[in-house]
Ligand binder design. Structure first.
Ligand SMILES: [Zn+2]
Length: 271
């Protein structure tokens, strides 16, 4: 385990990867040594507010630990992209957003991603069954929350370093920066695993399309899943199922322990 500040410049750090055999689902683990200079984190949609009260509360519960992860990663020299989609107005005058706006778009990246496009599935997912019925939007509350778009910014508990971090919701911008700076390893965290994390223009599938070593931080995520829908398991078991799907058909996962040196994060309701 490594701790913040423990590492000298130029050194690598270990990441404990977990994936699953595409045919059998068998768990496979592997330890890789990554260079901080070749590694970035993308924080997906950790909004200040969601239309679902339960989802908003879980983001609030997870954010302090995620901030610890980001602090430790930043201290190592890892590049951090805050990507609160549809909230760029809030960051209009923020140095971290202005610097992101100055990143030139790479034509190859742009063409590979097809612009700012959602990705609905990789070839490796062809004919695979999504493990959750999320067709009702995934609100797990009683009474049900009304939809809407109340998000305005990233949750304030996540510190944005004005001098080091970037704020952008552009997949082309993030992908271009990674390519221009020789960053090959991309850790995606945030919400919601089964929707935005997997499908956004900067999400897991598009990172795979760019050929990046893509990893989901599986204890720093949450799903939109209603336990009253198929497969009728608890909310947190639903998250586990989508993580298993990702590990089997999309990319490996890791836990925050590789950065914090603490036990992985669990939501109170999941213990
Ligand atoms: Zn709700």
């Amino acid at each position: 385990m490594f701790f913040a500040g423990q590492q000298a410049a130029g050194e690598t750090f270990p990441v404990h990867l977990q994936k699953r055999n595409a045919e059998t689902g068998e768990v496979q683990t592997e330890v890789r040594q990554w260079s901080p200079k070749e590694t970035a984190i993308v924080v997906c949609d950790m909004w200040n507010q969601h239309w679902c009260k339960g989802a908003t509360a879980r983001v609030g519960e997870m954010a302090p630990r995620m901030n610890e992860v980001l602090t430790a990663a930043r201290d190592k020299g890892i590049t951090i992209f805050h990507a609160p989609s549809e909230c760029m107005k809030f960051y209009e005058n923020h140095p971290a957003h202005k610097r992101a706006l100055g990143i030139p778009a790479d034509e190859t990246v742009k063409n590979t991603l097809g612009g700012e496009k959602w990705n609905g599935g990789l070839p490796s997912e062809k004919d695979k069954k999504y493990p959750l019925d999320q067709s009702d939007g995934g609100c797990d509350c009683e009474p049900k929350c009304k939809g809407g778009q109340p998000w305005r910014s990233e949750i304030a508990a996540l510190m944005v370093d004005e001098n080091k971090d970037f704020v952008t919701d552009s997949g082309v911008t993030i992908g271009s920066y990674l390519k221009q700076h020789g960053i090959k390893n991309v850790i995606v965290m945030g919400v919601h695993t089964n929707m935005c994390v997997i499908g956004r223009p900067f999400g897991l599938r598009q990172q795979i399309c760019l050929g990046n070593n893509t990893v989901l931080m599986r204890d720093m995520t949450d799903t939109m899943y209603n336990h009253q829908r198929s497969p009728f398991v608890s909310h947190f078991k639903g998250t586990d199922l989508i993580i298993e799907y990702i590990e089997q058909y999309i990319c490996p996962s890791m836990v925050s322990a590789d950065f914090t040196g603490k036990e992985r994060f669990y939501f109170n309701g999941a213990k």
